[in-house]
Design a protein around this ligand. Sequence first.
Ligand code: AN7
Length: 344
Amino acid sequence: MPYQGLIHRYGPYLNLPAHTQIVSLLEGNTPLVPLPGLARELNCELFVKFEGLNPTGSFKDRGMTAAISEALGRRVKTVICASTGNTAASAAAYAARAGLRCIVLIPEGKVATGKLAGAIAYGAEVIQIQGSFDDALTLVVEITQKTPIALVNSINPYRIEGQKTSPFEICDEFGSAPDWLCLPVGNAGNITSYWAGFKQYQKGLPRILGVQAEGAAPLVLGRPVEKPETIATAIRIGKPARGEQALEAAHESNGKIIAVSDAQILDAQRILASEGLWVEPASAAGLAGLIAETGSDRIEAKGRRVVIVCTGHGMKDPSIITESFEIPQVIPADYQTLFDMIGG
Ligand code: AN7
């Protein structure tokens, strides 16, 4: 039987209403790619759950197939979300597939090119807000309380249902949960979903390492951040909607939530690329956190199985690379010049 998407595969485990009408782009089923080089260095078994390989290039598609399927089934006409970019592209794609109008609110000038281009390509109405993601979220919550427009941010419970499928896949592939799961935390929907999914599936529980960017680390500081700042724009969020649940997941799993610097994030991005995986900066935060914590053996990775969730593809944010690289050398189209330049 060909693969038919997440709701088809895991439907009985997902709490979706009977009216749900499946809208799928065959999301999920992403690979667990081993990182043998770094695993030797850290003395553990190390895998990347490469969520950048979803249809729109991020993990958001797992929750979006569920949220849009539910909305379509109850005859919603318009969906809306606030977004740092990936939710916008995902909502736009699934709304297009379902024939729904899609409106996305983004923080002005702070969304990576690949995400903005995606949202526009899939036909969403994109509105920039003079403010942060948190301001945009406040606005979409208010408008969905006062109108029939449906909210598809991860406050929507069906987003969480859909995103539980990633821990299901990990358990199915390994036969049990890993010892540690490391992932970036922004609005905290994903960490909430992973913890709910592992608990429900009953194949063991990982310890969870949630990682925020230093300039946008409300869960580490214990208070909202009014002006969050980080190069990892995906997680440039100061008031996470599911912050309480994120802290609960870290606490109950005997894990933790930590912050890493932008420099540590960019280092981790380079390390992943050196093993053939190009992910967007926010996606490298999980690895940055693991490296920061294993340096002093604080998470006891030795001999353990560790999964790093890489949430979005590198192609989402090309300028983080192109702004810093040297423009490739230009030579005449001439064999001798080429040979002299690169040698034998
Ligand atoms: C690549 O798209 O919030 O903690 O509006 O794009 O579940 O919010 C994106 C978040 C991690 C954090 N990695 O996940 C949005 C948005 C990437 C992301 C996160 C995001 P949550």
